[in-house]
Design a protein around this ligand. Structure first.
Ligand code: CA
Length: 711
């Protein structure tokens, strides 16, 4: 073996020597292989955080151990940087050679000195305020990609922009979506083999999902892969054409393409350089209700699936569908961690995912074959997953569109685990999952029609809004839970959990210091012993945390960073449930910690809600009921269940506009506050409907204790 290898090396060297003698210098240069991508070898740069999940494996495990279970109790704030945006903050920052690159709400990009916290530059893509209505889940952004001195950001309005990492200057910008449709980008791009990969969101509103690859140097599109078929007989000229026709097309019925079908690739991607496979997580159907989306049934490939593609061409290699014919918003867009595990005495190359649906999946990432799937929370939509077919045994009662009854699902549409990143420690062999328990009652919308603006689910959100009865509401609020869970992926069992006050907590980071870091919805930032879950340190961050921490080092000193800022879907929609973890000050910051930190945060508190005028109720009970129904179909996604806002966007019960019919119409109908993101809805709502919503909001205002006191 040795002799053969040496022989090969000698032959190759000789051939190179001969060729270099006979060809000009320039040509020789081109025959030399380019240096490998830094990201491929990111494992060799523990001081940096080069890609969204640190490495292509998306493990979010750092080999740094200067901060460890023995000294983390002394961790202190080193610096803080305050964003100029006050919406939800979901970014995972990158750190490259002492410079931190992060994003904030509205897709702004910041370069920050990672040692001092000083802003080096900020880039604002000037996303129009009115594009906010195209998003399901706040104007968030989850971060940038870095490659060869360039940064890449996907903007909320669908652009992919390359920046010079030194200056923030725009190198190129390309529109990745049809601007006439409600597409948005909130996810972080990834760069694989010189191509920038980006998907988009919009399945709650009505779009067709895809992922695209762009040349990192020029911004020219290299390929696109649609995740669901288009209109039969119409070719896209995309990498997905053949497989959609052969495999996916026959699994759809009706005229799904008119609303798009969904299947958006809005967050997760992983890459295995050895297998040269790019893994893509695909989202839910559009609309949710399968009877409307694909009447007559069908698996609706590739909804709720993991797809493996060739990164050079977008060529399909394999897929695994977690929820055939999904209608519970059970996306497979949650993070996919690649690791090598010993399973039944054999080393296996696996892909792990803990998606919204509550099963923890372990797949063979070479073939896509299911190795195991077990519930990591209590769930009721399926009794298990058949390891031979890979299909879930779906509870017939869960099919609310067929039964015509309300189905209270566990998990609900917010999932047992959503985009908040989990992490995997090769030291402990455990996966650290930001876990939650929030049920959701699904019932078909009897009055379903397509809204030009806002959400299109085919599910009646009015029928399932919070009940009036105090005891019933308390029971629902109490039932919403959140905790950090340590999961053994080999034996598929829980090892420990650390409970929080409520759901929707931050992502996790595991380190070689024997630690797991996570922020929570109340604003606590915590470090736990990775082995047993004992809390070793915590810091009051003053506002809710939903983002994931990172760690890095500069000049041999280790730092831990978290982006703070309450927002996202739960904070917008959750009403009283989301208020369980507090009404937070509207601030967004980057917080960085070291063992010798000396900084502190200025005192901050939430702005108080003031009821200036007590409105007078008008309208019949029928009108108020009509307003309630309209509100929960059109307004609930931003202003909260039952008109209770947890604080990110205005609580309409306190709005002075409810006292004035004309002012109310100018905002809700005509869009007087469009630049602030509140577009007009007159295309979908008649003046009578808008007035009915006002009568409903007033009925809610009058239930406030301060309204009762003043009347
Ligand atoms: Ca969704």
């Amino acid at each position: 073996m040795h002799i053969r290898l040496s022989h090969a090396v000698i032959v190759a060297t000789a051939a190179f020597a001969v060729s270099s003698c006979q060809t000009p210098d320039k040509a020789v240069m081109t025959t030399v292989a380019p240096p490998p991508d830094r990201i491929v070898a990111a494992e060799n740069e523990p001081q940096n955080w080069l890609s969204h999940g640190r490495t292509y494996s998306e493990q979010r495990f750092s080999p740094l151990a200067a901060i460890n279970s023995g000294n983390v109790a002394g961790l202190k704030l080193a610096w803080s940087y305050e964003f100029d945006t006050r919406r939800g903050q979901e970014a995972t920052p990158l750190v490259v050679d002492g410079v931190m690159y992060t994003t904030s709400a509205w897709s702004k990009v910041q370069a920050i000195d990672a040692v001092t916290g000083k802003l080096l530059w900020q880039y604002d893509p000037e996303v129009p305020g009115e594009s906010a209505v195209n998003g399901c889940c706040d104007v968030v952004n989850r971060g940038v990609a870095y490659w060869e001195g360039k940064l890449f950001v996907g903007t909320f309005d669908g652009r992919l922009i390359a920046l010079d990492a030194r200056t923030g200057a725009v190198l190129w910008s390309t529109l990745t979506v049809d601007p006439s449709k409600p597409y948005t980008i909130t996810g972080a791009p990834r760069v694989v083999k010189g191509k920038v990969l980006i998907g988009n969101g919009g399945a709650e509103l009505g779009v067709r999902g895809y992922i695209s690859a762009y040349d990192a140097r020029t911004g020219k599109m290299a390929w696109r892969f649609y995740t669901v078929p288009g209109e039969p007989g119409v070719k896209d000229g995309a990498a997905s054409d053949a497989i959609l026709e052969k495999l996916a097309g026959p699994t759809w019925k009706g005229e799904w393409w008119k609303l798009g079908g969904g299947g958006t690739v809005w967050d997760s991607m992983s890459y295995d350089p050895e297998l040269d496979l790019l893994y893509v997580g695909v989202g839910n159907g559009s609309p949710w209700n399968a009877a409307i989306r694909s009447p007559g049934g069908g698996d609706n490939l590739f909804l709720s699936s993991i797809i493996a593609l060739r990164p050079d061409t977008g060529e399909y290699v394999w897929h695994y569908q977690e929820v055939p014919g999904d209608q519970w918003d059970y996306t497979a867009t949650q993070q996919m961690i690649l690791a090598d595990l010993m399973i039944d005495g054999k080393p296996r190359k696996v892909l792990m995912q803990a998606p919204k649906n509550g099963f923890f999946y372990v797949l063979d990432r070479e073939t896509g074959k299911l190795i195991s799937a077990e519930p990591f929370v209590k769930l009721n939509w399926a009794s298990g997953v058949d390891l031979t077919t890979g299909r879930p045994n779906i509870n017939p009662e869960a099919r609310y569109n067929l039964t015509g009854k309300t189905w209270v699902a566990m998990p609900g549409s917010l999932g047992a685990h959503s985009w908040q990143s989990m992490s995997y420690s090769p030291q402990t062999g455990l996966v650290y999952i930001p876990t939650q328990e929030i049920g959701f009652p699904y019932i078909s919308d009897p009055d379903y029609r397509h809204h030009k603006r806002g959400i299109n689910l085919g599910v009646d959100l009015d029928a399932v809004s919070m009940p009036d009865d105090d005891a019933a509401r308390k029971q629902i609020v109490d039932s919403a839970k959140g905790y950090l869970m340590a999961w053994d992926p080999v034996h598929q069992r829980e090892m420990w959990r650390a409970p929080y006050l409520g759901p929707d907590n931050g992502g996790t980071l595991a380190t070689a210091g024997g630690l797991v870091f996570e922020g929570d919805a109340t604003g606590g930032f915590h470090a736990y012993d990775a082995g047993n879950g004992k809390e070793l340190w915590s810091f009051p961050a003053q506002t809710g945390i939903i983002a994931a921490p990172i760690t890095y080092s500069v000049g041999g000193k280790q730092y831990v960073t978290i982006v703070t800022g309450w927002g996202g879907i739960y904070a917008l929609l959750g009403g009283e449930m989301a208020l369980k973890t507090g009404r937070h000050p509207k601030i967004g910051r980057v917080l960085t910690f070291t063992l010798d930190g000396k900084a502190s945060l200025p005192p901050t508190s939430a702005e108080p809600l003031t009821l200036f005028d007590i409105p007078r109720q008008f309208g019949t009970p029928a009108m108020i009921a009509e307003g309630k129904a309209r509100y929960h179909r059109t307004c609930v996604g931003c202003h909260g269940d039952s008109a209770v806002s947890p604080g990110v966007l205005p609580d309409l019960r306190y709005s002075t506009a409810i006292n004035d019919k004309d002012l109310w119409y100018s905002i809700v109908g005509d869009g007087a506050l469009t630049s602030q993101g509140m577009v007009g809805f007159k295309a979908d709502l008649s003046p009578e409907a808008i007035e009915a919503i006002r009568s409903y909001i007033i009925s809610r205002t009058l239930r406030l204790p301060e309204a009762k006191k003043g009347s």
